[in-house]
Design a protein around this ligand. Sequence first.
Ligand SMILES: N[C@@H](CCC(=O)N[C@@H](CS)C(=O)NCC(=O)O)C(=O)O
Length: 417
Amino acid sequence: MALILHAASTNKNTYKALIAAEYNGVQVQLAPNFEMGVSNKTPEFLKLNPLGKVPVLETPDGPVFESNAIARYVARLKGDSSLLGSSLIDQAHVDQWIDFSSLEIDANILKVLLPRVGFAPYLAPVEEAANAALKRALGALNTHLASSTYLVGHTVTLADIITTLNLYLGFTKVLVKSFTSEFPHVERYFWTLVNQPNFRKVLGQVKQTEAIIPIPSAKKPVKETKPKAKEQPKKEAKPEPEKPAELAEEEAPKPKAKNPLDLLPPSKLILDEWKRLYSNTKTNFREVAIKGFWDMYDPEGYSLWFCDYKYQDENTVSFVTLNKVGGFLQRMDLARKYAFGKMLVIGSQPPFKVKGLWLFRGQEIPQFVIDECYDMELYEWTKVDLSDEAQKERVNQMIEDYEPFEGEPLLDAKCFK
Ligand SMILES: N[C@@H](CCC(=O)N[C@@H](CS)C(=O)NCC(=O)O)C(=O)O
């Protein structure tokens, strides 16, 4: 029977146990319908972990919290698992690297990341110290990896799983290429590990972040943590010369330019009206919403686009595929005033196909969307030819979540509105 892991499916701490489970052939399943901030605050959940934090693993002998402990439990479920090290000294080294990557790498990445996503107050000296400590740790790791493929012995151990996931948070969120290129053996190690089949099944395709998240405006309140007044930065600090270039670049205040799409001639299609019609139509969708859409559609002020994920063969795990689409829609937030979209995850078995339909203001895909949402390049984009009735019918079917879509059931249909 599968062990139940209570966790958000986008959390790198969750992936530690899931990848260890893949290596050991153990069944671990995410708790269905888990909602971060809701499910982990219920009285039942607090009995599993009094802090209300995730992940938590339910085992036949009771719950386990702390992601490293959970991953160790999963690793130990297989008697002869090579994940734990075969000699006393190898086992000690597995533990050594787990602690090293948690305390020297993960902790410092979080000190950089959390203020930038609004979960802690931003303080330039704190970030600087975290970056320096991170460089020191990556330097030591780089030296170790100069002469070894894996951290301990000649196969993947739990130390590699946990270290890679700690690096994963860094590579995908804060460590841009100019930062990591100082540590070529760490880079080689990271890309080798995330491309191992058991990692890939859980993580999908991993991409290094191209830019570090900008420092939130000093005026915006931080989430959850309330800093004392004297701790708050008075205004966005000017880049300091000794700061890593990629961070300094992000700090320069940028004047807010008007979006060129706001300068287009007015359109008879009022996007909010269409979004309202879409949301409020509960019955007769074809006759009401779809007909209403074409009645208000303005082919001069807007354009419709099909998108097709370029790497469909990689969509082998349903929740990873759904997360990928969910992440894309979150990153499209910047286009909410100018776009409407439907993203379908198609098929009942892997590999799942991801296809979508987007309505954009203007005749082209807006340049700021291409520039700022990296997912755009992961899709093939084709402008809808409205003179082709078959393409128009495909638009209708995508808007209404028609099933079977192109002969297959829908795993999910997400709407961007
Ligand atoms: N050291 C813990 C970290 C747990 C943790 O901080 N979890 C966060 C999500 S990444 C959480 O559940 N936060 C909810 C809260 O603080 O209430 C582990 O590795 O499991």
